[in-house]
Design a protein around this ligand. Structure first.
Ligand SMILES: Nc1ncnc2c1ncn2[C@@H]1O[C@H](COP(=O)(O)OP(=O)(O)OP(=O)(O)O)[C@@H](O)[C@H]1O
Ligand SMILES: [Mg+2]
Length: 355
């Protein structure tokens, strides 16, 4: 049976939220920016939130710098559309979430000034991913955008963000929290007695000040966790809805493709569909031009390229069969890095080209 799939434009065009995922260095940030730029050209109000510590994207967009607040990219939109870009600052986003959810100013101040909070807000494993999702919520709330594109961090575990909205729930369910803060609530007396022993031992190891900060932090959270949980649940729902599309970016290498199949199935299990796969940096096959005769360097290089392109084509075909419901688009390896709007437009043109 013929393998008929929608074009990238048909699949991604209608989405209101696009999340680019993939392993490190495959082209997530580039794809995210190109998708947002393409929408801006079509007259939509698009925003791209990147996580790009290398700041290559700011350069490519012609911006001196990118910050946590979205800034408009001059001259990127057409037909009434616009492109905004932001670079996620997990700490600033966390602060904004605390400010939004705090029951009153005193609670907000208590949390923001707490040392334990200041440590985890920027650094705890999963905070980047969690805050990327919170940023998505924040931008969706403004109602200012027709399309929100979210880039994901170059973490080793590229799907950590799936767990991120539950990070707080996990933190609050944490045994340490229960032991330290609620020994008398819902715990048997023996457990409470044990808790004090644990607390005493911990105090010896990490120091009394740290323990005090930690306890003060969890106490200060009283009542605010519900707000956090609701927002996390909202984001989860958004990501599972028809308005959201995951774009899985991969490179045509066997190990990356294998990893990508695994991602697609994990996302599927979470009811988050990988609508499209971008196979990026595919070796061009140079068509069927006659190979120069002889044993010259050029002849050998061309033959090598062809052999590589053929191997990749076979690997890609094997991979494509594992994602039967996703649109697959191939983007060739360009002879240069993407370092300006024109470069991003080239990528956008290749992604959205009619097939
Ligand atoms: N099709 C392409 N041809 C040539 N260069 C490309 C192509 N796609 C991306 N690049 C370049 O590859 C580099 C990595 O791309 P990018 O930063 O988008 O990857 P990433 O997946 O976001 O990486 P990280 O995981 O580190 O965040 C960049 O310098 C980018 O310009
Ligand atoms: Mg990146």
């Amino acid at each position: 049976m013929a393998d008929r799939r929608d074009s990238f434009a048909g699949t991604i065009g209608p989405a209101r939220i696009v999340v680019c995922v993939g392993t490190g260095g495959v082209g997530k940030t580039t794809a995210a920016a190109a998708i947002a730029l393409a929408a801006a050209r079509e007259g939509r109000r698009a925003v791209v939130v990147t996580i790009d510590p290398a700041r290559r994207l700011a350069q490519a967009l012609g911006l001196e710098s990118l910050g946590n607040e979205a800034r408009e990219v001059d001259g990127a939109g057409r037909n009434g559309g616009s492109l905004h870009a932001a670079m996620l600052d997990p700490r600033a986003t966390f602060d904004a979430m605390v400010t939004r959810c705090a029951l009153d100013e005193a609670q907000r101040d208590r949390i923001l000034a707490n040392h334990f909070y200041q440590t985890i807000a920027g650094n705890l494993a999963g905070t980047h991913e969690y805050m990327a999702m919170e940023k998505l919520h924040e931008l969706a709330d403004t109602g200012a955008y027709d399309l929100i594109v979210v880039d994901t961090p170059p973490s080793r575990d590229a799907l950590a963000f799936l767990d991120a909205p539950r990070m707080f729930a996990r933190l609050l369910d944490n045994w340490l929290y229960k032991l330290l803060v609620t020994p008398s609530r819902g715990f048997a007396r023996t457990a409470a007695a044990g808790a004090h022993t644990v607390a005493r031992q911990l105090t010896r190891v990490v120091g009394a000040a740290v323990i005090e900060d930690t306890i003060a932090f969890f106490r200060a959270l009283d009542g605010i966790e519900e707000g956090f949980r609701l927002r996390a649940a909202d984001v989860y729902r958004m990501l599972q809805s028809d308005e959201a599309a995951f774009v899985l970016v991969v490179s045509p290498r066997p190990d990356t493709l294998e990893e990508a199949s695994r991602f697609a199935s994990i996302l599927g299990d979470a009811d988050m569909a990988v609508r499209a796969v971008v196979v990026n940096r595919v070796t061009p096959s140079f068509g069927s031009a006659a190979v120069p005769q002889g044993r010259s360097g050029a002849a050998r290089a061309l033959a090598d390229f062809r052999a590589l392109a053929e191997r990749e084509a076979a690997e890609i075909a094997g991979f494509v069969a594992t994602v039967p419901r996703s649109t697959v688009v191939q983007v060739p390896m360009l002879p240069h890095d993407i370092h300006d709007l024109d470069g991003l437009l080239t990528i956008a043109g290749l992604l959205f080209a009619p097939t």
